[in-house]
Design a protein around this ligand. Sequence first.
Ligand code: PDD
Length: 286
Amino acid sequence: MSRTVYLNGEYLPEAEAKVSVFDRGFVMGDAVYEVTSVLGGKILEFEGHMNRLARSMAELEMTCDLTRDEWVEIHRQLIARNNIDEGLIYLQVSRGNAGDRDFHYPPEGTPPTVVLYTQAKQNLANDPKAKTGIKVISLPDLRWHRRDIKTVQLLYPSMAKMAAEAQGKHDAWFVEDGFVTEGSSNNVYIVKDGKIITRQLSHDILHGITRASLLKYAAEAQMEIEERPFTIEEAQSADEAFFTSASAFVMPVVEIDNAAIGDGTPGRVAARLREIYLDESLKSAI
Ligand code: PDD
């Protein structure tokens, strides 16, 4: 079924939504994005995603004059026009059409290219993988050093997911200077003696919207949290491991580089956090 997508102020059938071959997003990877989940037709974590989008754009000196209310309206229109009950909304803003290939940014006033579309997903909340857990491999983190900016430069994460799949696993955790940074498209955690351990925020990782809310809910539930780096070896000897992202919420990890975590089944802390996260984020969904 053809989707209705949003492109620069218009709602169009997906086959009619066209972007220039000179678009900076296409030629230079000069674009930022957000992925927001929809449950029961409502948008989760809207403010968080909008704030991070604004931050990513500010860090890259990119501008876009859509207001918060206009962003809400676009999201809602796409949900309604595509009849989305459960799924994702992909949003991308590129620096626009430079009229030619050029390393220099296009002249001031060049409008950005704004694209949004929906991806219907079944079982986002009732994902069977949350019951079985997922298996990961570790790989060196070969990405650039501004991972806090959510750019569309996703070739290395794609390569990492392909490498994991080639080994019969689901995903990859990245390692730099001996410590885990994050997953290929998620923030990662281990649990030891009831304590949740996750790397602190910096330019080394994306500042996950799910991460921020999860840590808040965990603190409210009196769970102990330590924000510091950890190694693959420490993760392998942890009681539990899991990751968070807008598309997976809280997902247990049961194996890292062929070593089972705990008893090799999803842990209780991750299961509880997934439940809390879904309950709480639905309360603030719009
Ligand atoms: N990825 N780290 C990386 C590298 C990510 O790409 C993502 C999200 C996260 C988690 O952030 P959040 O909780 O805000 O989704 C962490 C999205 C889902 C994607 O690229 O599809």
